[in-house]
Ligand binder design. Structure first.
Ligand SMILES: [Zn+2]
Length: 66
């Protein structure tokens, strides 16, 4: 089960083939090959700002199962 790396909620909805949206903290997750490949925060004006540096960094990524 996909879990938000920011707030750890399971309350995540699918918004695209590889895209998910966290209803807990309003971030958009892009998943590739079972791993989160990018994370964006959705601003009030609808624009996206990348949170990749915060969560994906240079460390190893945890695998997730959808
Ligand atoms: Zn969240």
């Amino acid at each position: 089960m996909l879990r938000c790396p920011n707030c750890n909620t399971h309350d995540i909805g699918r918004v695209g083939t590889n895209q998910f949206y966290c209803w807990g903290c309003f971030i958009e997750l892009t998943v590739n090959d079972g791993k989160i490949s990018s994370i964006h925060q959705v601003e009030e004006d609808g624009s996206l700002s990348s949170l990749n540096d915060l969560f994906l960094g240079d460390g190893e990524q945890d695998s997730i199962s959808l």
